[in-house]
Design a binder for this molecule. Structure first.
Ligand code: FAD
Length: 511
């Protein structure tokens, strides 16, 4: 998501983790696990390495970390836990890159599977008419980018930050500025291999075991562990024309965003963000150097961010194209910032800008992010109250806001979105120093987040949370709405004992 990424120095954090608690009967539970025949192994000592996440607010110590080498290691472990039936409360959580925000990839006293240890599937790229890449569920998107571009190919839909695992983003959706055209990452998967909550290894696609396939996509890790994924590819461009223009009027900003996503011949990436003032280091020549927007006189500006992919031989036509399309927009004159950058640098932009911030000790920062999906019909009321009132005189940055059209998305996945065709993603990606009890402190930010959610609720804006966080099943039922029954039915079919991903706090382990 991030215009500015706050990077936790994870290595230094490991040694400082102070997990909440571990299961008291951990010794009894550990012995039989040691007896399982695996290609990989269990680690019972360094469990604190998985008792953190990017959000840095929850720290749960598991009993053991499974370092699987093969898919059968995962299946064997889950089968063992499943066979314990109601004689145990043991649960299992897949952990991708641990970039959850509220403990979703942690497990208090259970087993965490370190998906990055999985050695199957080695990355395989199929070229030809319908290119795809087969990857492990633990693979990071940054590695997929680097390998596929070597063959002149690339996945179509991305997240803003690429140091996330395939299984982790497919369990949510995977949304960025390409989603208006291709849908989120869950829309761009041909098939999956999944280990269910019974330990079965199942291949699934739209044609084969479709209920599991759709259920796992956006399924918050509840129905199975994604061990392999086949992801669709397209030809990779070499360069990207990366453009930002500014607006002071929210209506014009959203009008232009909506016009751009409706055109057939348009940009390849369309996003936007809210600025409470221009940063002094916001370079006209190189947006890679754009720093965090700073507050200035309480004035709000909106930044439309777009990109056009191209190859060097098409430079002139691309310049002409962007000139034409920009001339139809309503941004403030003379506020165009543009540059041409290599495709890989563009996609990895958050990491590159992050490197410049590395000196900061970000282990001492929490990330109380709030991300909501707002229907088009509510976006003006949402902006008026949230930007004009709730966030007036605060330093909430960065805030992303951009629309996409859901009409071509797969509709029977587990992802929950507002009912309208065009919806906006509004992401409040603020961070809070752990030591602060002032306006920038965690408590205050959480209060503001709650005010935003309460307003959406009372004004009946039809908003849904993305990367949802709830603590009771009642709240989850409300989140899923009329799709709860299908989700709960799929859960009882594929994970009947509710063994998987208890960190989402949706279902409780049961017989
Ligand atoms: P983890 O935190 O390890 O796991 C997340 C959940 O998925 C857990 O419930 C876990 O059990 C489950 N899970 C993990 N692996 C598997 C698997 N193989 N099979 C089944 N379940 C599994 N999201 C966007 O859509 N767009 C963005 O642009 C974006 N940018 C982000 C930038 C940053 C800096 C951060 C911290 C997050 C961002 N996210 C974004 C959110 C991100 O997509 C999710 O938090 C994602 O789950 C993180 O992936 P991970 O590999 O770290 O998952």
């Amino acid at each position: 998501f991030v215009v500015l990424l706050l990077n936790i120095n994870l290595c230094s954090y490991f040694s400082h983790a102070s997990p909440d608690s571990a299961n008291s009967s951990s010794h009894d539970l550990a012995s039989p696990l040691k007896g399982l025949k695996l290609n990989g192994s269990f680690d019972f000592s360094n469990t604190s390495v998985v008792a953190y996440d990017f959000g840095n607010r929850f720290h749960f110590l598991p009993l053991a970390v499974l370092l699987p080498k093969t898919v059968s290691d995962i299946s064997t472990t889950i089968k063992y836990v499943f066979d314990l039936a109601n004689n145990s409360e043991l649960t299992v959580t897949a952990r991708g890159h641990g970039h959850s925000l509220q403990g979703q990839s942690q497990n208090n006293g259970g087993i965490v599977i370190s998906m990055e240890s999985l050695e199957e599937q080695k990355m395989y790229i199929q070229t030809g008419d319908l290119p795809y890449v087969d990857v492990s569920g633990g693979e990071l998107w940054i590695n997929i980018l680097h390998e596929t571009v070597k063959q002149g190919l690339t996945p179509k839909s991305w997240t803003d930050y690429l140091y996330l695992s395939v299984g982790g983003t497919l369990s949510n959706a995977g949304i960025s500025g390409q989603a208006f055209r291709y849908g989120p990452q869950i829309n761009n998967v041909y098939q999956l291999e999944v280990v269910t909550g019974k330990g079965d290894i199942v291949n699934c696609s739209e044609k084969e075991n479709a209920d599991l396939f759709y259920g796992v996509l956006g399924g918050l890790g509840q129905l199975g562990i994604i061990t392999k994924a086949r992801i669709s590819l397209e030809p990779a461009p070499k360069l990207v024309k990366w453009i930002r223009v500014l607006y002071s009027n929210f209506k014009l900003f959203t009008k232009d965003q909506e016009q751009l996503i409706s055109l057939n011949n348009t940009f390849d990436y369309i996003q936007g963000f809210v600025m409470t003032g221009l940063s002094s280091n916001f370079s006209r020549k190189n947006p890679l150097q754009a720093g965090p927007p700073s507050r200035s006189e309480g004035k709000i500006l909106y930044c439309l961010e777009v990109a056009k992919y191209f190859n060097p031989e098409d430079t002139n036509t691309t310049n002409q194209f962007t000139e034409n399309i920009l001339s139809s927009l309503n941004y403030i004159p003379h506020t165009i910032f543009q540059t041409d950058v290599p495709y890989v640098d563009f996609l990895d932009r958050v990491h590159l800008s992050d490197l410049k911030l590395k000196e900061k000790d970000l282990a001492n920062v929490t990330q109380p992010w709030l991300i909501v999906l707002v229907p088009k019909s509510s976006i003006q009321s949402f902006a008026k109250e949230v930007f004009g009132n709730i966030l007036a005189n605060t330093s909430y940055n960065p805030i992303l806001i951009y629309p996409f059209n859901q009409s071509s998305w797969k509709h029977n996945t587990s992802m929950v979105t507002p009912a309208e065709d065009i919806i906006y993603l509004a992401a409040f990606l603020t961070s809070a120093p752990s030591s602060s009890s002032g306006p920038d402190g965690l408590d205050n930010i959480l209060t503001i987040n709650k005010r935003i959610l309460d307003f959406c609720e009372t004004a009946k804006l039809g908003v849904k949370q993305y990367l949802p966080f709830y603590e009771t099943q009642g709240e989850w039922r409300a989140h899923f709405g009329d799709r709860w029954e299908v989700f709960a039915q799929r859960k009882s079919t594929f994970d009947p004992l509710s063994i998987l991903a208890p960190g989402q706090r949706i279902f409780s382990r049961g017989p």
